[in-house]
Write a protein that binds this ligand. Structure first.
Ligand code: ADP
Ligand code: MG
Length: 338
Protein backbone atom coordinates (compact mmCIF):
# COMPACT_ATOMS: atom_id res chain seq x y z
CA UNK A 1 0.00 0.00 0.00
CA UNK A 2 2.67 2.41 1.08
CA UNK A 3 5.50 2.53 -1.42
CA UNK A 4 7.76 4.29 1.09
CA UNK A 5 7.51 1.40 3.54
CA UNK A 6 7.87 -1.83 1.56
CA UNK A 7 8.60 -3.80 4.74
CA UNK A 8 5.07 -3.31 6.16
CA UNK A 9 3.76 -6.88 6.25
CA UNK A 10 1.08 -7.44 3.64
CA UNK A 11 -1.76 -9.73 4.67
CA UNK A 12 -2.87 -10.05 1.09
CA UNK A 13 -1.06 -9.21 -2.09
CA UNK A 14 -2.63 -9.32 -5.55
CA UNK A 15 -0.18 -9.53 -8.42
CA UNK A 16 -1.38 -8.83 -11.98
CA UNK A 17 -4.66 -10.51 -11.01
CA UNK A 18 -7.05 -10.99 -13.92
CA UNK A 19 -10.41 -12.67 -14.38
CA UNK A 20 -11.97 -13.24 -17.79
CA UNK A 21 -15.41 -14.79 -17.90
CA UNK A 22 -16.47 -16.44 -21.13
CA UNK A 23 -17.08 -13.26 -23.08
CA UNK A 24 -16.53 -9.52 -23.10
CA UNK A 25 -13.95 -7.33 -21.35
CA UNK A 26 -12.14 -8.85 -18.33
CA UNK A 27 -14.18 -8.50 -15.12
CA UNK A 28 -10.90 -7.89 -13.26
CA UNK A 29 -8.07 -6.59 -15.40
CA UNK A 30 -4.49 -6.98 -14.22
CA UNK A 31 -4.82 -5.47 -10.74
CA UNK A 32 -1.96 -5.06 -8.25
CA UNK A 33 -2.63 -4.41 -4.58
CA UNK A 34 -0.99 -4.84 -1.17
CA UNK A 35 -3.33 -4.91 1.81
CA UNK A 36 -1.58 -4.18 5.09
CA UNK A 37 -1.85 -6.76 7.85
CA UNK A 38 -4.44 -5.87 10.49
CA UNK A 39 -6.06 -3.19 8.37
CA UNK A 40 -9.66 -2.60 7.33
CA UNK A 41 -9.69 -2.47 3.54
CA UNK A 42 -12.78 -1.54 1.53
CA UNK A 43 -13.14 -2.37 -2.15
CA UNK A 44 -15.42 0.35 -3.45
CA UNK A 45 -16.97 1.03 -6.82
CA UNK A 46 -20.17 0.99 -8.85
CA UNK A 47 -22.11 -2.18 -9.55
CA UNK A 48 -20.35 -4.46 -12.04
CA UNK A 49 -16.86 -2.97 -11.56
CA UNK A 50 -15.37 -6.30 -10.41
CA UNK A 51 -15.41 -6.04 -6.59
CA UNK A 52 -17.13 -9.36 -5.89
CA UNK A 53 -15.08 -11.17 -8.52
CA UNK A 54 -11.90 -9.91 -6.83
CA UNK A 55 -13.14 -11.00 -3.40
CA UNK A 56 -14.27 -14.41 -4.67
CA UNK A 57 -10.86 -15.01 -6.24
CA UNK A 58 -9.20 -14.21 -2.88
CA UNK A 59 -11.66 -16.56 -1.14
CA UNK A 60 -11.04 -19.35 -3.65
CA UNK A 61 -14.67 -19.35 -4.79
CA UNK A 62 -13.67 -18.26 -8.29
CA UNK A 63 -10.73 -19.41 -10.42
CA UNK A 64 -8.08 -16.94 -11.53
CA UNK A 65 -7.48 -16.38 -15.28
CA UNK A 66 -3.95 -15.09 -14.63
CA UNK A 67 -1.90 -13.50 -11.89
CA UNK A 68 -1.27 -14.45 -8.28
CA UNK A 69 -2.76 -14.08 -4.81
CA UNK A 70 -0.40 -14.14 -1.83
CA UNK A 71 -1.53 -14.45 1.77
CA UNK A 72 1.24 -13.54 4.20
CA UNK A 73 3.75 -14.27 1.44
CA UNK A 74 2.28 -17.72 0.71
CA UNK A 75 1.04 -18.17 -2.84
CA UNK A 76 -2.56 -19.37 -2.36
CA UNK A 77 -3.72 -18.89 -5.96
CA UNK A 78 -4.37 -22.58 -6.57
CA UNK A 79 -5.37 -23.66 -3.04
CA UNK A 80 -8.91 -24.78 -2.24
CA UNK A 81 -10.99 -22.24 -0.28
CA UNK A 82 -10.77 -24.16 3.00
CA UNK A 83 -6.95 -24.29 2.92
CA UNK A 84 -6.34 -20.58 2.33
CA UNK A 85 -6.68 -18.97 5.74
CA UNK A 86 -9.57 -16.78 4.62
CA UNK A 87 -13.21 -16.83 5.70
CA UNK A 88 -16.24 -15.18 4.17
CA UNK A 89 -19.13 -13.31 5.78
CA UNK A 90 -22.16 -13.04 3.55
CA UNK A 91 -24.94 -10.53 2.99
CA UNK A 92 -27.55 -10.53 5.78
CA UNK A 93 -25.29 -12.95 7.67
CA UNK A 94 -26.92 -16.04 6.03
CA UNK A 95 -27.39 -17.92 9.33
CA UNK A 96 -29.25 -21.25 9.39
CA UNK A 97 -32.64 -20.34 10.90
CA UNK A 98 -33.31 -23.79 12.41
CA UNK A 99 -29.96 -24.03 14.25
CA UNK A 100 -29.05 -22.39 17.56
CA UNK A 101 -26.35 -19.73 17.61
CA UNK A 102 -23.98 -22.36 19.02
CA UNK A 103 -24.71 -24.86 16.23
CA UNK A 104 -24.45 -22.15 13.58
CA UNK A 105 -20.97 -21.29 14.83
CA UNK A 106 -19.98 -24.96 15.17
CA UNK A 107 -21.33 -25.89 11.72
CA UNK A 108 -18.11 -25.88 9.70
CA UNK A 109 -16.36 -27.96 12.38
CA UNK A 110 -19.19 -30.48 12.15
CA UNK A 111 -18.63 -30.65 8.38
CA UNK A 112 -14.96 -31.38 9.08
CA UNK A 113 -15.95 -34.26 11.36
CA UNK A 114 -14.92 -32.62 14.65
CA UNK A 115 -16.69 -34.33 17.56
CA UNK A 116 -19.63 -32.65 19.29
CA UNK A 117 -17.96 -31.86 22.62
CA UNK A 118 -14.90 -30.31 20.96
CA UNK A 119 -16.83 -28.26 18.38
CA UNK A 120 -19.24 -26.96 21.03
CA UNK A 121 -16.31 -25.97 23.22
CA UNK A 122 -14.66 -24.01 20.40
CA UNK A 123 -17.97 -22.45 19.33
CA UNK A 124 -18.87 -21.33 22.82
CA UNK A 125 -15.40 -19.81 23.31
CA UNK A 126 -15.94 -17.75 20.18
CA UNK A 127 -19.45 -16.73 21.20
CA UNK A 128 -17.98 -15.56 24.52
CA UNK A 129 -15.40 -13.58 22.59
CA UNK A 130 -18.10 -11.64 20.73
CA UNK A 131 -20.12 -11.18 23.94
CA UNK A 132 -22.79 -13.67 22.85
CA UNK A 133 -22.09 -16.54 25.24
CA UNK A 134 -25.32 -16.01 27.18
CA UNK A 135 -27.42 -16.32 24.01
CA UNK A 136 -25.79 -19.47 22.60
CA UNK A 137 -29.02 -21.50 22.71
CA UNK A 138 -31.13 -18.94 20.83
CA UNK A 139 -32.05 -19.36 17.18
CA UNK A 140 -31.40 -16.51 14.73
CA UNK A 141 -35.08 -15.50 14.73
CA UNK A 142 -34.82 -14.84 18.48
CA UNK A 143 -31.83 -12.49 18.11
CA UNK A 144 -31.59 -8.82 17.15
CA UNK A 145 -29.80 -7.80 13.96
CA UNK A 146 -26.71 -6.86 15.92
CA UNK A 147 -26.67 -10.17 17.77
CA UNK A 148 -27.10 -12.06 14.48
CA UNK A 149 -24.13 -10.20 13.06
CA UNK A 150 -22.00 -11.29 15.99
CA UNK A 151 -23.05 -14.92 15.50
CA UNK A 152 -22.13 -14.61 11.81
CA UNK A 153 -18.78 -13.16 12.82
CA UNK A 154 -18.14 -16.01 15.28
CA UNK A 155 -19.14 -18.53 12.63
CA UNK A 156 -16.63 -17.02 10.17
CA UNK A 157 -13.90 -16.96 12.83
CA UNK A 158 -14.20 -20.62 13.81
CA UNK A 159 -11.82 -21.62 11.02
CA UNK A 160 -9.21 -19.26 12.54
CA UNK A 161 -8.82 -17.17 9.37
CA UNK A 162 -6.07 -14.59 8.94
CA UNK A 163 -8.30 -12.54 6.66
CA UNK A 164 -12.05 -12.01 6.83
CA UNK A 165 -13.80 -11.30 3.53
CA UNK A 166 -17.14 -9.48 3.57
CA UNK A 167 -19.27 -8.97 0.45
CA UNK A 168 -21.83 -6.18 0.96
CA UNK A 169 -22.62 -7.56 4.45
CA UNK A 170 -24.80 -4.58 5.38
CA UNK A 171 -26.60 -3.78 2.17
CA UNK A 172 -29.84 -5.65 2.95
CA UNK A 173 -30.29 -3.96 6.35
CA UNK A 174 -32.44 -0.94 7.04
CA UNK A 175 -30.46 2.34 7.23
CA UNK A 176 -30.56 2.65 11.02
CA UNK A 177 -29.31 -0.90 11.65
CA UNK A 178 -26.74 -0.55 8.86
CA UNK A 179 -25.05 2.35 10.66
CA UNK A 180 -25.08 0.50 13.98
CA UNK A 181 -23.71 -2.67 12.42
CA UNK A 182 -20.88 -0.95 10.61
CA UNK A 183 -19.72 0.61 13.87
CA UNK A 184 -19.70 -2.90 15.38
CA UNK A 185 -17.77 -4.36 12.45
CA UNK A 186 -15.15 -1.67 12.81
CA UNK A 187 -14.90 -2.26 16.56
CA UNK A 188 -14.54 -6.05 16.18
CA UNK A 189 -11.94 -5.66 13.45
CA UNK A 190 -9.77 -3.53 15.74
CA UNK A 191 -10.38 -5.76 18.73
CA UNK A 192 -9.55 -9.00 16.88
CA UNK A 193 -6.63 -7.42 15.04
CA UNK A 194 -7.54 -9.30 11.84
CA UNK A 195 -7.40 -8.05 8.27
CA UNK A 196 -10.87 -7.32 6.89
CA UNK A 197 -11.56 -6.92 3.17
CA UNK A 198 -15.05 -5.49 2.77
CA UNK A 199 -16.79 -4.98 -0.58
CA UNK A 200 -19.31 -2.16 -0.84
CA UNK A 201 -20.79 0.13 -3.48
CA UNK A 202 -21.47 2.78 -0.79
CA UNK A 203 -18.82 5.47 -0.52
CA UNK A 204 -20.32 6.54 2.79
CA UNK A 205 -19.91 3.03 4.21
CA UNK A 206 -16.35 2.73 2.88
CA UNK A 207 -15.35 6.09 4.34
CA UNK A 208 -16.84 5.18 7.72
CA UNK A 209 -15.01 1.84 7.88
CA UNK A 210 -11.81 1.81 5.92
CA UNK A 211 -8.21 2.36 6.83
CA UNK A 212 -7.59 1.91 3.12
CA UNK A 213 -10.09 2.43 0.33
CA UNK A 214 -9.52 0.79 -3.03
CA UNK A 215 -11.69 2.46 -5.67
CA UNK A 216 -12.42 0.28 -8.71
CA UNK A 217 -14.06 1.00 -12.07
CA UNK A 218 -14.41 -1.28 -15.12
CA UNK A 219 -12.26 -4.03 -13.60
CA UNK A 220 -9.29 -1.85 -12.69
CA UNK A 221 -8.13 -0.04 -9.56
CA UNK A 222 -8.41 3.71 -10.08
CA UNK A 223 -7.23 4.98 -6.68
CA UNK A 224 -5.93 3.61 -3.38
CA UNK A 225 -5.69 5.70 -0.22
CA UNK A 226 -7.17 6.57 3.14
CA UNK A 227 -10.72 7.98 3.10
CA UNK A 228 -9.22 11.40 3.89
CA UNK A 229 -6.75 11.20 1.00
CA UNK A 230 -9.35 10.10 -1.52
CA UNK A 231 -12.06 12.51 -0.40
CA UNK A 232 -9.67 15.45 -0.41
CA UNK A 233 -7.74 14.53 -3.52
CA UNK A 234 -9.83 12.40 -5.88
CA UNK A 235 -7.55 11.44 -8.76
CA UNK A 236 -10.07 11.61 -11.58
CA UNK A 237 -13.45 13.10 -12.46
CA UNK A 238 -15.02 9.65 -12.09
CA UNK A 239 -13.75 9.37 -8.50
CA UNK A 240 -14.79 12.93 -7.62
CA UNK A 241 -18.33 12.27 -8.92
CA UNK A 242 -18.54 8.82 -7.35
CA UNK A 243 -17.40 10.03 -3.92
CA UNK A 244 -20.00 12.83 -4.04
CA UNK A 245 -19.77 16.19 -2.31
CA UNK A 246 -17.58 17.59 -5.09
CA UNK A 247 -18.08 19.92 -8.02
CA UNK A 248 -16.05 19.25 -11.14
CA UNK A 249 -15.36 22.55 -12.83
CA UNK A 250 -13.64 23.19 -16.15
CA UNK A 251 -11.14 26.02 -15.93
CA UNK A 252 -9.11 27.27 -18.87
CA UNK A 253 -6.27 24.89 -17.94
CA UNK A 254 -8.23 21.74 -17.25
CA UNK A 255 -10.70 20.24 -14.81
CA UNK A 256 -10.59 20.72 -11.06
CA UNK A 257 -12.61 19.21 -8.21
CA UNK A 258 -13.74 21.49 -5.40
CA UNK A 259 -15.60 20.18 -2.35
CA UNK A 260 -19.04 21.71 -2.16
CA UNK A 261 -18.37 22.94 1.38
CA UNK A 262 -15.29 24.78 0.05
CA UNK A 263 -17.25 26.89 -2.43
CA UNK A 264 -17.87 30.55 -1.72
CA UNK A 265 -20.95 32.31 -2.89
CA UNK A 266 -21.41 36.06 -3.33
CA UNK A 267 -23.99 38.38 -4.91
CA UNK A 268 -21.49 39.71 -7.41
CA UNK A 269 -17.98 38.83 -8.55
CA UNK A 270 -16.21 41.99 -7.40
CA UNK A 271 -13.57 40.93 -9.93
CA UNK A 272 -12.72 37.67 -8.08
CA UNK A 273 -12.02 34.59 -10.22
CA UNK A 274 -14.84 32.05 -10.31
CA UNK A 275 -17.95 31.26 -12.31
CA UNK A 276 -21.40 32.86 -12.64
CA UNK A 277 -24.35 30.78 -11.43
CA UNK A 278 -28.08 30.88 -10.71
CA UNK A 279 -29.72 29.35 -7.64
CA UNK A 280 -32.07 26.52 -8.66
CA UNK A 281 -32.64 24.71 -5.39
CA UNK A 282 -32.47 25.37 -1.66
CA UNK A 283 -32.58 22.37 0.68
CA UNK A 284 -32.49 22.74 4.44
CA UNK A 285 -30.48 19.90 6.00
CA UNK A 286 -30.14 21.02 9.62
CA UNK A 287 -26.47 21.79 10.20
CA UNK A 288 -26.10 22.74 6.56
CA UNK A 289 -28.17 24.25 3.77
CA UNK A 290 -27.56 22.59 0.40
CA UNK A 291 -27.89 24.93 -2.56
CA UNK A 292 -28.33 23.63 -6.10
CA UNK A 293 -27.06 25.94 -8.82
CA UNK A 294 -26.82 26.11 -12.56
CA UNK A 295 -23.31 27.40 -13.30
CA UNK A 296 -21.39 28.30 -16.40
CA UNK A 297 -17.75 27.24 -16.58
CA UNK A 298 -15.36 27.22 -19.54
CA UNK A 299 -16.95 23.99 -20.85
CA UNK A 300 -20.56 25.24 -20.70
CA UNK A 301 -23.57 24.96 -18.38
CA UNK A 302 -23.56 22.49 -15.49
CA UNK A 303 -25.24 21.74 -12.19
CA UNK A 304 -23.20 22.35 -9.08
CA UNK A 305 -23.94 22.26 -5.36
CA UNK A 306 -22.83 24.37 -2.43
CA UNK A 307 -23.04 23.43 1.25
CA UNK A 308 -23.37 26.43 3.50
CA UNK A 309 -23.36 26.24 7.29
CA UNK A 310 -26.87 27.00 8.51
CA UNK A 311 -25.79 30.26 10.19
CA UNK A 312 -24.01 31.49 7.05
CA UNK A 313 -27.11 30.87 4.98
CA UNK A 314 -29.35 32.50 7.58
CA UNK A 315 -27.26 35.68 7.52
CA UNK A 316 -27.61 35.91 3.74
CA UNK A 317 -30.47 33.76 2.45
CA UNK A 318 -30.14 33.44 -1.33
CA UNK A 319 -33.39 33.06 -3.22
CA UNK A 320 -34.44 30.78 -6.03
CA UNK A 321 -33.54 32.30 -9.40
CA UNK A 322 -30.99 34.69 -7.90
CA UNK A 323 -27.83 35.32 -9.96
CA UNK A 324 -24.66 34.83 -7.89
CA UNK A 325 -20.91 34.42 -8.24
CA UNK A 326 -19.20 31.18 -7.19
CA UNK A 327 -15.56 31.07 -6.23
CA UNK A 328 -13.09 28.97 -4.28
CA UNK A 329 -9.66 29.37 -2.77
CA UNK A 330 -6.91 28.20 -5.10
CA UNK A 331 -5.68 25.63 -2.57
CA UNK A 332 -9.13 24.02 -2.47
CA UNK A 333 -9.13 23.36 -6.22
CA UNK A 334 -7.77 19.89 -6.82
CA UNK A 335 -6.51 19.23 -10.37
CA UNK A 336 -7.95 16.08 -11.94
CA UNK A 337 -6.13 13.69 -14.26
CA UNK A 338 -7.66 13.66 -17.75
P1 ADP B 1 -19.44 -6.01 -8.55
O1 ADP B 1 -19.33 -6.93 -7.39
O2 ADP B 1 -18.46 -4.88 -8.50
O3 ADP B 1 -20.84 -5.50 -8.73
P2 ADP B 1 -18.86 -8.36 -10.18
O4 ADP B 1 -17.49 -8.76 -9.79
O5 ADP B 1 -19.99 -9.14 -9.61
O6 ADP B 1 -19.06 -6.80 -9.89
O7 ADP B 1 -18.98 -8.42 -11.76
C1 ADP B 1 -18.00 -7.84 -12.61
C2 ADP B 1 -18.36 -8.16 -14.05
O8 ADP B 1 -18.28 -9.55 -14.29
C3 ADP B 1 -19.78 -7.75 -14.42
O9 ADP B 1 -19.78 -7.31 -15.75
C4 ADP B 1 -20.54 -9.05 -14.27
O10 ADP B 1 -21.66 -9.07 -15.14
C5 ADP B 1 -19.52 -10.08 -14.71
N1 ADP B 1 -19.72 -11.35 -14.02
C6 ADP B 1 -19.75 -11.57 -12.68
N2 ADP B 1 -19.93 -12.88 -12.39
C7 ADP B 1 -20.00 -13.52 -13.59
C8 ADP B 1 -20.16 -14.89 -13.98
N3 ADP B 1 -20.27 -15.87 -13.05
N4 ADP B 1 -20.19 -15.17 -15.30
C9 ADP B 1 -20.06 -14.20 -16.23
N5 ADP B 1 -19.90 -12.90 -15.95
C10 ADP B 1 -19.87 -12.54 -14.64
MG1 MG C 1 -20.84 -7.52 -6.00
Amino acid sequence: MDAAAPTTPAAVELVALTKRYAQGAPAVDNINLRIASGSYCCLLGPSGCGKSTTLRMIAGHETVSSGDILLENRNITQLPAAARGTAMMFQSFALFPHLTALDNVAFSLKMKGVGKAERHKQASNLLERVAMGHLAQRKPGELSGGQQQRVALARALITQPRVLLLDEPLSALDPFLRIQMRAELRRWQKELGLTFIHVTHSQEEAMALADTMVVMNHGVIVQVGSPHQIYNAPATEFIAQFMGGHNVIATGAGKVAVRNDHMQIASSSGGAPGVPATITDVEYQGTYVLLGLQAKDSAGAKSVSVMLPEAAYASQPYLLGEAVHLSWAEHHAHALAA
